[in-house]
Design a binder for this molecule. Structure first.
Ligand code: RFL
Ligand code: PHB
Length: 392
């Protein structure tokens, strides 16, 4: 088999790249280790930046996000038992975010790919990458016990943090930066109306909590839990009781509980691999970087990488120019490190750190007080939350 771009991974990065390339007439094949249903079963991000919406539009898959997504102009910070609104729309001169789940983005991209009759290989095993330091890279995989080989011009490693693409690069060619936090997020998805119109990020002496949503009838809630906690230690009742304890009285009053559709624990980590290009192999999304989810940046960074990468490939095929390809890694990393900084800062501000004790809590509360009372400080928060410009 031959294609122009072999894409490893059918998460949001891989599928969005495939769709943008297809729109530009560039042939591609997506190779995914799991089944389509398994990919759709992972409940992850929920907040899309305008830049991500623009890319979905460019890919021709934004109709349902526009129709069913919830545009949000602000969010609330809860600390010392009181909520304070950050008016993103006002503070950023009219920008907002869209609340629309990663599952739905993935579903829309899968439907568009199927409708266009594009080749996606699900349940591919033993995927391996070869000769990406030459002009003839190859990808091998097994499907139903049969070995296949794809020759291509480029390989896009969109296969997430645990994927094969980054692991195929010699250790001496890549520099890794990592920070692991001493806690995780316990998440619950439930068909109950959200506690508020907007998201609530709560800093409490019992730990962080986040009230998010997928629609007016489906809520997504998270609690900070110790790193070694297990889902088996929790029941729906225990979750709702602990969430209620971390809310202010008015929100507690409004909280509607119900059976969880999904409950899982995600570890929190900051991670960057540099560079993101190795000859004809390009990393994008979680394959190259991870942010703790506090700033809602993971999926959005994946989308902006794919924005840069699709432009680079389009420039290569249309104009025979290498410029986009040569600048890919530096362009991405400049934006990624700013999002890493923001996500680390917001995580540090909102979570309880076992080692800093009461003093740490007081310092956080002082910073939060400053943040909500200083227009300069809240503008900086809002500007980062809605997403920094792509600067192409
Ligand atoms: P994904 O979504 O991990 O997709 C990668 C795909 O590659 C496949 N794969 C392989 N395919 C072929 N061969 C191999 N050897 C392969 N190895 C892996 C995988 O099966 C998968 O389908 O990466 P992508 O596309 O870069 O998208 C990134 C986003 O998924 C990610 O940034 C966010 O979901 C991060 N994230 C969150 N971000 C937010 O903004 N808000 C959140 O609330 C939020 N929650 C989360 C998250 C990430 C989590 N992870 C990674 C465990 C919760 C969790 C649990
Ligand atoms: C979510 O809805 O899953 C979500 C929203 C905002 C975040 C993280 C996760 O910061």
């Amino acid at each position: 088999m031959r294609t122009q771009v072999a894409i490893i991974g059918a998460g949001p990065s891989g599928l969005l790249l495939g769709q943008l390339l297809h729109k530009a007439g560039i042939d591609n094949i997506v190779i995914e280790r799991q089944s389509g249903d398994y990919v759709l079963g992972r409940i992850r991000a929920g907040v899309l930046e305008q830049i991500t919406m623009d890319l979905l539009e460019q890919a021709g898959v934004a109709q349902r996000a526009h129709a069913e997504g919830l545009p949000h102009d602000g969010f609330e910070l809860l600390f010392k038992g009181e909520r304070h609104r950050i008016d993103m729309h006002k503070l950023t001169g009219g920008k907002r975010v869209m609340v629309y789940g990663q599952t739905e983005v993935t579903r829309d991209l899968m439907a568009a790919r199927a409708a266009a009759g594009l080749n996606t290989v699900y349940e591919a095993s033993n995927v391996s990458l070869h000769d990406f330091d030459s002009q003839q890279p190859r990808v091998r995989y097994e499907k139903d016990g049969v070995q296949h080989e794809i020759t291509c011009d480029f390989i896009a490693g969109c296969d997430g943090f645990h994927g094969v693409a980054r692991a195929s690069v010699p250790a001496s060619a890549v520099q890794l930066y990592e920070k692991v936090y001493p806690f995780g997020w316990l998440g619950v998805l439930a068909d109950v109306p959200p506690v508020g119109e907007e998201l609530i990020y709560a800093n409490t002496p019992r730990g962080f909590a986040l009230c998010s949503m997928r629609s007016h009838t489906r809520s997504r809630y998270y609690l900070q839990v110790p790193s070694d906690d297990k889902v088996e230690n929790w029941t729906d009742t225990l979750f709702w009781e602990e969430l209620a304890r971390r809310l202010d009285p008015a929100a507690r009053e409004r909280l509607v509980t119900g059976p969880s559709l999904e409950m899982s624990i995600a570890p929190l980590r900051s991670f960057v691999a540099e560079p993101m290009r190795f000859g004809q192999l390009f990393l994008a999304g979680d394959a190259a970087h991870i942010v703790p989810p506090t700033g809602a940046k993971g999926l959005n960074l994946a989308a902006s990488d794919v924005g840069y990468l699709s432009s680079a490939f389009i420039e290569h095929y249309r104009e025979r120019s290498q410029a986009g390809i040569d600048h890919y890694s530096a362009r991405c990393l400049s934006r990624i490190w700013k999002a890493e900084r923001f996500s680390w800062w917001f995580t540090s501000l909102m979570h309880r750190f076992p080692e800093t004790g009461e003093f740490g809590q007081k310092i956080q509360e002082a910073e939060l007080d400053y943040l909500v009372n200083s227009e300069a400080a809240s503008t900086s928060l809002a500007e980062n939350y809605v997403g920094l410009p792509m600067k192409l």
